[in-house]
Design a protein around this ligand. Structure first.
Ligand SMILES: [Zn+2]
Length: 236
């Protein structure tokens, strides 16, 4: 995999940037400014833009970005994103030859009705569906869809690095502790996460399945829970 660099946008959004020495691709540029500054500072050409879903804090910067740096824009084919040049859905493959990388497209509806993820080279870019220690709100899909989408993501190989759309880790951990106060794994993970989830250090929200604690959002199918996914997966 190429270098993967997080750019901060808004209060807690991540714009993930894949880069080589000469080119970059960005995932979910909700605003153009941070990307334009990074491309200029590093002398990089924009090779592609990938969007996971239609929310403005993920796609709002695309128009300005591609005006300055024309590039193909990939995104979910069944969501209203005016700037898309390459609508995609599950079964499609996104190839970015400048970065020598290919991503499978996965349909993961729930947060929005046609949310997609990009999976390749051991990395998963999953927008607002799976966060570090939590999941996104169910805005347009159903809790059942979200459950199946999370199950699909959690079935990926354990070594998969997860790159999510927001830094919500500590709030998610607090919620998990409120739901499962006796879960000894949670405070351990919280202490390990705190230094990197602070506003001053936003470098590693990614986590692999092996290191994933048994948090409630990811455990709906576990024998530990006797309640239905519809009551465990909706966060407010
Ligand atoms: Zn969203």
């Amino acid at each position: 995999m190429k270098d993967i660099v997080p750019l901060k946008a808004f209060k807690d959004n991540y714009i993930w940037t894949l880069r080589t020495a000469t080119h970059a691709a960005v995932i979910d540029p909700g605003e153009a400014g941070p990307v334009l500054e990074y491309l200029a500072a590093e002398g990089l050409k924009l090779a592609a833009v990938l969007a996971t879903h239609h929310h403005a804090d993920h796609v709002g910067g695309i128009a300005e970005l591609v005006r300055a740096h024309p590039a193909p824009v990939y995104g979910p084919k069944n969501e209203p994103i005016e700037t898309l040049t390459h609508p995609v859905s599950e079964g499609d493959v996104v190839s970015i030859p400048e970065l020598d990388v290919r991503f499978e497209v996965l349909d993961i509806p729930g947060h929005t009705r046609a949310h997609i993820a990009y999976y390749g080279a051991g990395a998963l870019f999953c927008g607002d569906t799976l966060f570090a220690c939590g999941c996104g709100r169910v805005f347009e899909g159903t809790p059942e869809q979200m459950f199946h989408s999370l199950s699909k993501l959690l079935a990926l190989p354990d070594a998969t690095k997860v790159y999510c759309g927001h830094e919500y880790t500590l709030a998610n951990m607090q919620f998990a502790r409120a739901v499962e106060p006796a879960n000894a794994a949670l405070p351990v993970r919280e202490r390990a996460t705190a230094p990197c989830a602070s506003a001053a250090c936003r470098r590693c929200p990614r986590h692999s399945a092996k290191r994933r604690p048994p948090i409630p959002f990811c455990a709906a199918a576990s024998p530990r829970w006797s309640i239905r996914p519809t009551t465990t997966l909706v966060r407010d």
